[in-house]
Design a protein around this ligand. Structure first.
Ligand SMILES: NC(=O)c1ccc[n+]([C@@H]2O[C@H](COP(=O)([O-])OP(=O)(O)OC[C@H]3O[C@@H](n4cnc5c(N)ncnc54)[C@H](O)[C@@H]3O)[C@@H](O)[C@H]2O)c1
Length: 271
């Protein structure tokens, strides 16, 4: 059911790789709720071609940008304002990648060039996105900017490796830029900390299946599906959440507040 929550709003959605992507589901819902937007992803991701199907369904233009490149971002923001005929009301940063995780490097044997890449792609790029938006005066007042994060920023999950540091950087940037953007433009900036989700980025983390089941049993409501994450993103882009800023918002079925659950106790008793 649609509520017209984003009627007349314009934005950019980063990170829709395939139909499992959280950003993909956000794009479908944003369209349903009346938004117009540009889809963006790294040029290399374009080669898979799936984003073009999404663009057709959403009647959206696709503008490639490597989120670590200021040049690409400047081009993306200026072209988006042209295509959408005005400034933006929302931006979704749904971007994450670690070469160390991808190449299964152990945490005690990290490649530091790759570590820096992880930080750049998964953390610093959020700053670059907002700095570009601010310099080009691309945001409307009361706009909403969101990034997706994971609880490994606060607690250790061994196979999450250097992505944990990237997510800490990301969440910290949301607070610092959130302050700045609130003061200058009344734009709000938040991160949503999502449950483990079966996507390309998610399943790339070692031991993901076992971990997914564990998190499900540790969450009184179960793991939050991507679809619900998309619903949450839409409410955060809507005018119903205008005074929420500089927050890390848990969207995890209760995982982050649970010490232990009956399901986990039952499993432990069995073994
Ligand atoms: N899947 C999970 O378990 C989970 C849990 C919590 C948070 N998240 C976060 O959600 C976000 C979206 O991930 P997803 O799970 O939908 O997976 P996904 O693999 O579908 O999306 C990740 C996206 O990042 C893009 N990307 C990588 N490098 C880029 C670059 N240099 N420039 C621009 N884009 C680039 C990829 O092309 C891809 O579209 C990520 O920030 C991820 O860390 C995922």
């Amino acid at each position: 059911m649609a509520y017209n929550l984003l009627q007349g709003k314009k934005g950019i959605i980063f990170g829709a790789l395939d139909e499992k992507s959280i950003a993909w589901k956000v794009a479908l819902k944003a369209k349903e709720e009346g938004a117009t937007f540009v889809l963006s992803n790294a040029p290399i991701a374009m080669r898979m071609g799936a984003i073009n199907q999404l663009a057709e369904t959403c009647e959206a233009e696709v503008i490639p940008a490597d989120a670590t490149s200021l040049e690409d971002l400047e081009n993306l923001f200026s072209k988006s304002m042209e295509v959408l005929d005005g400034k933006l009301d929302f931006v979704l940063h749904s971007i994450g990648m670690s070469p160390n995780v991808r190449k299964k490097k152990s945490y005690g044997d990290l490649n530091y060039d790759w570590f820096l890449k992880t930080l750049d792609i998964s953390g610093l790029s959020f700053h670059k996105v907002m700095q570009t938006a601010e310099k080009l005066d691309a945001m409307n007042e009361w706009g909403s900017i969101l990034a997706l994060t994971y609880i490994a920023a606060q607690r250790t999950f061994p196979d999450y490796s250097d992505m944990a540091q990237a997510k800490s950087v990301l969440e910290s940037i949301a607070r610092s830029y959130g302050y700045r953007f609130a003061k200058s433009k009344k734009v709000r900036v938040n991160t949503i900390s999502q449950s483990p989700t079966m996507t390309t980025a998610g399943t790339g983390v070692g031991g993901f299946d076992a971990f997914f089941d564990y998190a499900h049993k540790m969450s009184p409501l179960g793991n939050a599906p991507a679809e619900d994450c998309a619903n949450y993103v839409i409410t955060m882009f809507s005018d119903l959440t205008r005074m929420v800023t500089m927050q890390n918002l848990m969207h995890d079925g209760g995982f982050s507040s649970s010490g232990i659950t009956e399901d986990i106790i039952a499993d432990l008793k069995k073994s």
